[in-house]
Design a protein around this ligand. Structure first.
Ligand SMILES: Cc1cc2nc3c(=O)[nH]c(=O)nc-3n(C[C@H](O)[C@H](O)[C@H](O)COP(=O)(O)OP(=O)(O)OC[C@H]3O[C@@H](n4cnc5c(N)ncnc54)[C@H](O)[C@@H]3O)c2cc1C
Length: 401
């Protein structure tokens, strides 16, 4: 029997363990935390968006960069496969209004409990509080409550996650030892995250926590409808996350970026201009905006903040502002707050089996690889798909030896 050591018990590592143990390998999972899959449990707090129901041809366009190995892994474990797999764990799923797929329980704990029971029944050993700290020749060194331990295996899989929410276990401390071992790792950057905006104190007091609903946002990523939330620091929420990668790249490249929103997406510019021009010029700006464009509250205040006096007095220029209001971004929020991270092990550093070229017999999967995707279930799907692909790569490699 072959022994496989998996370091990291998140969705990628657990999925790889299931495939390997089902194929007859003796699997031990090592995790630095007192329990596994803490980030999966946290994802459950917002309903556990497992995957997305849009047509698969569109689904795969969400991943950047669209690396061949990643797409091949997704081809082999599509959203329908994930839903069928979740069903086998007793998690019936439903499709939400935006096409996102959730378990009916809207949390992760029942699914995780059933999954861990299955893994135990397959004979998998889970060793928590075993933190990998580096390589020792072919073996690994883990820090444990009983001191340092050398770990060996016929094959090793790392599924250590990215760098967001480090207190849940994925702190990206693996980056330096991997680079020292000759693995090319792109810097980890925040993804699916908010931005700082220079709000004044009064605005924060009035509107922090307020949703801005039924708008569209435009960036290099295209135009998407949705909503976002005013935070104490700036802006966050699903519509911001959908554009956060392109806004982040623009901030990095140009040193400045605007979150551009259409506050009246249901009306054409021509119609809106007509509606605004029809307003009594002597009425207050608030009344003109409310009657002419249907805007009040936080939306009207945003218009005041990010338009000039001249624009407010000219229906044509005001229309242009309302259809493309630029909210200037100061900086991206820290990676610790992000839903996920971009960057990681470059696909050039692995082969088609997800094996590190610099360390034959060592495989990698999940968010520690260099890909990113928006929220919508794309993250978990790819973590599980690459976990499965790496497990199959291990089986293939072990058989070929
Ligand atoms: C708030 C929040 C909500 C989210 N919601 C969703 C959602 O609804 N849908 C979705 O698709 N995605 C969601 N995600 C993202 C998703 O949870 C992650 O992309 C996914 O968990 C990554 O899986 P992974 O197995 O690659 O890594 P992780 O889940 O991060 O697991 C890595 C594991 O490795 C362990 N580890 C790390 N370093 C070491 C070490 N040195 N030694 C030993 N063990 C180590 C960690 O303790 C951890 O258990 C959310 C993320 C957050 C933060």
């Amino acid at each position: 029997m072959t022994d496989v050591a998996i370091i990291g018990g998140g969705p990628a590592g657990l999925m790889a363990a299931e495939v390997l143990a089902t194929a007859g390998c003796r699997v031990t999972i090592y995790d630095g935390m007192p329990s596994v899959a803490r980030k999966l449990l946290l994802a459950g707090k917002s309903g556990l968006n497992l995957t997305h129901s849009e047509p698969y041809q569109r689904f795969v366009t969400r991943y950047h960069p669209a690396e061949h190995a990643l797409i091949t892994a997704l081809d082999a474990f599509r959203p329908d496969d994930l839903i069928a797999w979740a069903n086998t764990l007793g998690a019936d799923c439903f499709v939400g209004s935006s096409g996102r797929v959730f378990p009916k329980a809207m949390k992760a704990s029942p699914l995780l409990r059933a999954w861990l029971r299955r893994l135990a029944s397959l004979g998998i050993t889970v060793k928590t509080r075993h933190r990998w700290i580096g390589f020792s020749g072919k073996n690994l060194i883990c820090e444990t409550p009983d001191g340092r331990l050398e770990v060996a295996g016929d094959a090793i899989l790392f599924a250590l996650g990215g760098a967001s929410w480090p207190r849940l276990g994925s702190d990206a401390a693996w980056v330096e030892p991997f680079r020292t071992a000759g693995v090319d790792v792109a810097d980890l950057r925040p993804a699916n995250v908010g931005f700082d905006v220079a709000w004044d104190g009064l605005f924060i007091e009035r509107f922090a926590g307020t949703p801005v609903k039924s708008v569209t946002a435009t960036s290099d990523a295209g135009t998407t409808p949705g909503e976002f939330v005013i935070s104490r620091h700036g802006i966050e929420g699903s519509l911001v996350y959908a554009h956060s990668a392109s806004l982040r790249d623009r901030l990095d490249h140009d040193g400045k970026a605007n979150f551009v929103i259409d506050l009246v997406p249901g009306r054409t510019a021509e119609r809106l201009a007509r509606d605004l021009a029809r307003q009594d010029a002597k009425a207050s700006f608030s009344n003109q905006l409310r009657k002419g464009a249907g805007l009040d509250g936080v939306k009207a205040t945003l218009v005041r903040l990010f338009s000039t006096e001249e624009e407010r007095h000219d229906p044509a220029r005001l229309t242009a502002r309302l259809k493309a209001l630029p909210i200037p971004l100061v900086r991206i929020r820290p990676i610790e707050e992000a839903i996920s991270s971009a960057g990681g092990i470059r696909f050039d550093s692995i082969d088609a089996r997800f094996m590190l070229k610099a360390r034959p017999g060592t495989f990698v999967a999940g968010e520690m690889l260099d890909w990113e995707a928006p929220t919508g279930g794309y993250l978990l799907t790819a973590c599980m798909a690459t976990g499965r692909a790496a497990a199959r790569g291990i089986i293939d490699w072990l058989e070929s030896r």
